[in-house]
Design a protein around this ligand. Structure first.
Ligand code: FE
Ligand code: FE
Ligand code: FE
Length: 167
Protein backbone atom coordinates (compact mmCIF):
# COMPACT_ATOMS: atom_id res chain seq x y z
CA UNK A 1 0.00 0.00 0.00
CA UNK A 2 1.57 3.27 -1.07
CA UNK A 3 2.15 5.68 1.79
CA UNK A 4 0.63 9.09 2.26
CA UNK A 5 3.41 11.61 2.82
CA UNK A 6 1.98 14.96 1.83
CA UNK A 7 -1.34 16.73 2.08
CA UNK A 8 -1.57 16.34 -1.71
CA UNK A 9 -1.33 12.57 -1.27
CA UNK A 10 -3.98 12.71 1.43
CA UNK A 11 -6.24 14.87 -0.73
CA UNK A 12 -5.94 12.45 -3.64
CA UNK A 13 -6.60 9.45 -1.39
CA UNK A 14 -9.71 11.09 0.09
CA UNK A 15 -10.89 12.06 -3.38
CA UNK A 16 -10.55 8.42 -4.46
CA UNK A 17 -12.45 7.36 -1.35
CA UNK A 18 -15.42 9.59 -2.12
CA UNK A 19 -15.26 8.65 -5.82
CA UNK A 20 -15.61 5.00 -4.85
CA UNK A 21 -18.39 5.92 -2.40
CA UNK A 22 -20.38 7.87 -5.00
CA UNK A 23 -20.21 4.98 -7.43
CA UNK A 24 -21.49 2.55 -4.79
CA UNK A 25 -24.27 5.00 -3.93
CA UNK A 26 -25.21 5.24 -7.61
CA UNK A 27 -25.67 1.47 -7.61
CA UNK A 28 -27.57 1.39 -4.31
CA UNK A 29 -30.10 4.18 -4.98
CA UNK A 30 -32.27 2.33 -7.58
CA UNK A 31 -32.67 -0.53 -5.11
CA UNK A 32 -33.64 1.93 -2.37
CA UNK A 33 -36.12 3.61 -4.72
CA UNK A 34 -37.70 0.26 -5.56
CA UNK A 35 -37.98 -0.57 -1.86
CA UNK A 36 -39.68 2.71 -0.94
CA UNK A 37 -43.44 2.64 -0.49
CA UNK A 38 -44.02 6.40 -0.30
CA UNK A 39 -43.93 7.85 -3.84
CA UNK A 40 -42.29 11.04 -2.52
CA UNK A 41 -39.45 9.02 -1.01
CA UNK A 42 -39.10 6.99 -4.19
CA UNK A 43 -38.93 10.19 -6.24
CA UNK A 44 -36.32 11.68 -3.95
CA UNK A 45 -34.11 8.59 -4.33
CA UNK A 46 -34.51 8.74 -8.10
CA UNK A 47 -33.68 12.45 -8.19
CA UNK A 48 -30.65 11.90 -6.01
CA UNK A 49 -29.51 9.12 -8.31
CA UNK A 50 -29.44 11.63 -11.17
CA UNK A 51 -27.58 14.11 -8.98
CA UNK A 52 -25.12 11.38 -8.02
CA UNK A 53 -24.38 10.77 -11.68
CA UNK A 54 -23.48 14.45 -12.01
CA UNK A 55 -21.46 14.35 -8.81
CA UNK A 56 -19.39 11.51 -10.24
CA UNK A 57 -18.75 13.62 -13.33
CA UNK A 58 -17.70 16.55 -11.11
CA UNK A 59 -15.25 14.31 -9.29
CA UNK A 60 -13.84 13.26 -12.67
CA UNK A 61 -13.33 16.96 -13.40
CA UNK A 62 -11.50 17.35 -10.09
CA UNK A 63 -9.17 14.46 -10.99
CA UNK A 64 -8.62 16.15 -14.34
CA UNK A 65 -7.78 19.47 -12.63
CA UNK A 66 -5.15 17.61 -10.65
CA UNK A 67 -3.82 15.87 -13.75
CA UNK A 68 -4.67 12.48 -12.24
CA UNK A 69 -6.58 9.50 -13.52
CA UNK A 70 -10.05 9.13 -11.98
CA UNK A 71 -9.76 6.10 -9.74
CA UNK A 72 -11.47 4.81 -6.61
CA UNK A 73 -10.15 3.22 -3.44
CA UNK A 74 -12.37 0.89 -1.45
CA UNK A 75 -14.31 2.79 1.19
CA UNK A 76 -15.30 0.35 3.92
CA UNK A 77 -17.45 3.03 5.53
CA UNK A 78 -19.83 3.32 2.58
CA UNK A 79 -19.81 -0.45 2.08
CA UNK A 80 -20.87 -0.80 5.71
CA UNK A 81 -23.61 1.81 5.43
CA UNK A 82 -25.03 0.17 2.30
CA UNK A 83 -24.83 -3.23 3.99
CA UNK A 84 -26.82 -1.86 6.92
CA UNK A 85 -29.46 -0.71 4.48
CA UNK A 86 -29.58 -4.20 2.92
CA UNK A 87 -29.95 -5.73 6.39
CA UNK A 88 -32.81 -3.38 7.16
CA UNK A 89 -34.61 -4.48 3.99
CA UNK A 90 -34.14 -8.10 5.06
CA UNK A 91 -35.44 -7.39 8.56
CA UNK A 92 -38.44 -5.47 7.21
CA UNK A 93 -39.20 -7.42 4.03
CA UNK A 94 -42.61 -5.86 3.32
CA UNK A 95 -43.05 -2.29 2.08
CA UNK A 96 -44.43 -0.18 4.94
CA UNK A 97 -44.13 3.28 6.47
CA UNK A 98 -41.76 1.79 9.07
CA UNK A 99 -39.52 0.34 6.38
CA UNK A 100 -39.60 3.73 4.65
CA UNK A 101 -38.48 5.37 7.92
CA UNK A 102 -35.57 2.90 8.01
CA UNK A 103 -34.68 3.74 4.41
CA UNK A 104 -34.66 7.44 5.30
CA UNK A 105 -32.34 6.67 8.22
CA UNK A 106 -29.97 4.71 5.98
CA UNK A 107 -29.98 7.45 3.38
CA UNK A 108 -29.20 10.10 5.99
CA UNK A 109 -26.21 8.13 7.23
CA UNK A 110 -24.92 8.04 3.65
CA UNK A 111 -25.48 11.79 3.16
CA UNK A 112 -23.66 12.54 6.41
CA UNK A 113 -20.68 10.49 5.31
CA UNK A 114 -20.58 12.42 2.04
CA UNK A 115 -20.99 15.76 3.80
CA UNK A 116 -18.04 14.91 6.06
CA UNK A 117 -15.83 13.94 3.13
CA UNK A 118 -16.75 16.90 0.89
CA UNK A 119 -16.45 19.32 3.82
CA UNK A 120 -12.87 18.23 4.47
CA UNK A 121 -11.89 18.17 0.79
CA UNK A 122 -13.27 21.69 0.33
CA UNK A 123 -11.35 22.98 3.35
CA UNK A 124 -8.11 21.50 2.02
CA UNK A 125 -8.69 22.77 -1.52
CA UNK A 126 -9.60 26.24 -0.24
CA UNK A 127 -6.51 26.28 1.97
CA UNK A 128 -4.31 25.58 -1.02
CA UNK A 129 -6.09 28.11 -3.23
CA UNK A 130 -7.59 25.64 -5.72
CA UNK A 131 -10.61 27.71 -6.61
CA UNK A 132 -11.99 25.58 -9.45
CA UNK A 133 -11.84 22.45 -7.30
CA UNK A 134 -13.55 24.29 -4.44
CA UNK A 135 -16.30 25.39 -6.82
CA UNK A 136 -16.92 21.86 -8.14
CA UNK A 137 -16.96 20.27 -4.70
CA UNK A 138 -19.17 22.99 -3.21
CA UNK A 139 -21.78 22.38 -5.88
CA UNK A 140 -21.95 18.76 -4.80
CA UNK A 141 -21.87 19.54 -1.08
CA UNK A 142 -24.89 21.83 -1.53
CA UNK A 143 -26.81 18.94 -3.16
CA UNK A 144 -25.87 16.56 -0.35
CA UNK A 145 -26.97 19.06 2.31
CA UNK A 146 -30.25 19.72 0.53
CA UNK A 147 -30.89 15.99 0.27
CA UNK A 148 -30.15 15.57 3.96
CA UNK A 149 -32.58 18.37 4.88
CA UNK A 150 -35.28 16.78 2.71
CA UNK A 151 -34.72 13.44 4.42
CA UNK A 152 -35.00 15.11 7.84
CA UNK A 153 -38.40 16.46 6.81
CA UNK A 154 -39.46 12.98 5.72
CA UNK A 155 -38.24 11.50 8.99
CA UNK A 156 -40.35 13.97 10.90
CA UNK A 157 -43.37 13.28 8.71
CA UNK A 158 -43.05 9.51 9.19
CA UNK A 159 -43.29 9.84 12.98
CA UNK A 160 -46.39 12.00 12.53
CA UNK A 161 -47.92 9.33 10.29
CA UNK A 162 -47.09 6.67 12.85
CA UNK A 163 -48.69 8.77 15.61
CA UNK A 164 -51.84 9.22 13.53
CA UNK A 165 -51.92 5.52 12.69
CA UNK A 166 -51.65 4.57 16.37
CA UNK A 167 -54.32 7.06 17.48
FE1 FE B 1 -23.18 12.10 -3.50
FE1 FE C 1 -14.16 6.13 3.24
FE1 FE D 1 -25.68 12.07 -1.60
Amino acid sequence: MPSIKSLDDLFLHTLKDVYYAERQILKALPKMARAAQDPALRDSFQLHREQTQQQIERLQQVFEELGKRAQGVTCEAINGLIEECDELLEMAPEPSPVRDAGLVASAQAVEHYEIARYGTLIAWARGSGQKQIVRLLEETLAEEKKTDALLSEMAERSTNQEARGAA
